[in-house]
Design a binder for this molecule. Structure first.
Ligand code: UD1
Ligand code: CA
Length: 550
């Protein structure tokens, strides 16, 4: 990377981006996990400039708020009513000068020595980038800056050649290859429109040259705007060296003006990210259906199965397998864990743990080493210790589970009383029964067992068995009395009229199983439709006398 440090990077982000047809300003639309202006800021930061200024106007509060969230010490510059990229940079230069002077004045007032005279403000190289060129990276900017410093240029512009240069400013070169200037598409002659080398909108300027040239740009052009591009011809006219650095990778300088272009850029960006990780030793079975944000970190020998999206600050460590059809945002997956068909955010999955298929990990889920969050399980603010399992059909919210505990199928941590959320705990080496309700806050000790269907309203001390379901009662004839005229009542009546034995009042399936259990070679149950696997259906026309009982 470059050793030169620019005085400032100015990011142009005042435009509306009308072709996006959006209430959201164009520079806040996202791809690969960052807004477009976020990508510009990341590239700018890579140069380690003294200051980063962002020029705003359309939806200025939204853009400024977003920028300051990413970079609290960014200088926000408001552009006035005068349109054009040149005006944007004029505004930025005067605000940066004022910022520098304010800092110098503050340093003077804080010192006991004689005050130093104020400087000229901005001096040295100044980089200008657009807020809508998301794939421009710090490396390319550093190369541009290096060329500028090494060659002693007044202006250095980043260019590329396009097959179709429609809409872009064209680079007009002299016979010796130096840059004479830039002409905008709308101002170009037919001959100039043939030029395929275009202005990327990324430049390095010498501050003094920039300040002087911006003092004499006008609005005499097809769009009536102050063009930043006019600075190049003006710099040349005063004897400065104006050169171009041409990149042969047009993607780096591609701007996004509408949502269709954004999707094309997004796909290419993703293609590069997935290719990068594959070259780092990650298996990505289907890069086309795998989406990975720029901030994601993957270790060697991670496997990503098709249909997986890894967003935000997700980290996947070696040997882990993620997917298929999994979406994770800000999730850390430790080595050798498996996460299958899962949707999760702001969570941590321990080493060799397993999650899914069909799990929903909400923020604050922490699964220990070799732990398990199984099928149709939702978790939130749930710390599940090493070797502990929540395998089936459960909701674990606001709970801490110790080690080697098993939470029975179909259990719910009832964490909300309608007003407040409460937290529960379950100790280590406990086994809770199926279909338990943990009415929070409730605390279950170590080595506890609970019966199936227990409603836990009271704490359970270590080593206890907790049961709350009463003994089963069968209330004879209830269905025919209390649910008359229903299919159930008719089935009950039929069974009663046929005077079946108690055993035969069980369903067909149960009878078959009983018969099988009593004699492995037993014939199919007498009363079924013959086949034990078939469900018992009453023929619509059947009357009691047609019953096939022997
Ligand atoms: C600009 C260049 C053109 C170049 C192209 C590359 C000028 C005059 N033209 O044209 O040579 O090929 O970029 O993409 O510079 N902006 C402001 N304030 C304004 C106008 C624009 O901050 O008053 C910002 C926009 O938000 C955007 C950037 O400047 O981030 C470029 O503006 P845009 O309108 O897209 O310029 P182009 O017409 O594409
Ligand atoms: Ca543009």
């Amino acid at each position: 990377m470059t050793s030169a440090q620019p005085a400032a990077v100015i990011v142009l982000a005042a435009g509306e981006g009308t072709r996006m047809k959006s209430a959201t300003p164009k520079v806040l639309h996202t791809l690969a996990g960052r807004s477009m202006v976020g990508h510009a800021l990341a590239a700018a930061q890579g140069l380690n400039p003294e200051r980063i200024a962002v020029v705003v106007r359309f939806e200025r509060d939204k853009v400024a708020h977003h920028v300051l969230e990413i970079l609290p010490d960014a200088v926000i510059v408001d552009q006035d009513d005068v349109p054009g990229t040149g005006r944007a940079v004029q505004c930025a230069v005067s605000v940066l000068d004022a910022t520098i002077h304010a800092a110098e004045a503050a340093a003077n007032s804080g010192s006991t020595q004689n005050p130093l005279p104020l400087s000229d403000g901005l001096s040295g190289p100044v980089v200008v980038v657009s807020g809508d060129v998301p794939m421009l990276d710090a490396e390319t900017l550093a190369e541009l800056l290096d060329a500028h410093v090494t060659d002693g240029n007044a202006v250095t512009v980043l260019t590329t050649e396009l097959r179709d240069a429609t809409g872009y400013g064209r680079i007009v070169r002299e016979g010796d290859g130096s840059v004479a200037g830039i002409v905008e598409h709308k101002d170009a002659t037919p001959e100039q429109l043939e030029i395929r080398e275009i202005n990327s909108g990324t430049y390095v300027f010498d501050s003094a040259v920039l300040r002087r040239a911006l003092g004499s740009v006008d609005r005499n052009n097809a769009q009536g705007e102050v063009y930043l591009t006019d600075v190049l011809a003006l710099a040349r006219a005063e004897g400065g060296a104006v050169r171009a650095v041409r990149t042969d990778d047009p993607w780096l300088v591609e701007g996004a003006n509408d949502r269709a272009q954004m999707s094309v850029l997004r796909a290419e960006f993703n293609r590069r990210i997935t290719e990068f990780w594959m070259k780092e030793g990650v298996t990505i079975v289907d890069p086309a259906t795998t989406w990975i944000d720029v901030q994601v970190e993957l270790e060697q020998d991670v496997t990503i199965l098709p249909g997986t999206q890894l967003f935000g600050e997700t980290v996947v460590r070696t040997g882990a397998v993620v997917g298929p059809d999994t979406t994770l945002e800000n999730v850390v997956i430790e080595s050798n864990a498996t996460v299958t068909r899962t949707h999760g955010s702001d969570s941590r999955i321990g080493e060799s743990a397993t999650v899914g298929p069909f799990a929903y990990l909400r923020p604050g889920t922490e699964l220990g080493v070799k732990g398990k969050i199984g099928t149709f399980v939702e978790t939130k603010n749930a710390k599940i210790g090493n070797g502990s399992k929540v395998p089936h059909l459960s909701y674990a919210g606001d709970v801490e589970v110790g080690e080697a505990t098993n939470i029975g199928a179909g259990s719910i941590f009832v964490n909300y009383d309608g007003v407040n959320k409460h937290r529960s705990t379950v100790g280590s080496f406990s086994r809770t029964g199926a279909n338990n309700l943990f009415i929070a806050p409730v605390h279950i000790g170590d080595g506890v067992y609970t019966g199936a269907g227990t409603v836990l309203r009271k704490d359970v001390p270590a080593g206890n068995l907790a049961v709350s379901a009463g003994a089963q009662r069968n209330i004879e004839g209830w269905v025919e009395r209390r649910r008359p005229e229903t299919d159930s009542a008719r089935a009950a009546a039929k069974a009663r009229e046929l005077n079946l034995t108690a055993q035969n009042t069980l369903g067909a399936q149960a009878r078959a199983e009983l018969a099988r259990a009593e004699s492995p070679k037993a014939a199919p149950v007498p009363n079924g439709n013959g086949n034990a696997n078939q469900s018992y259906t009453v023929p619509e026309t059947s009357t009691p006398s047609e019953g096939n009982i022997d």
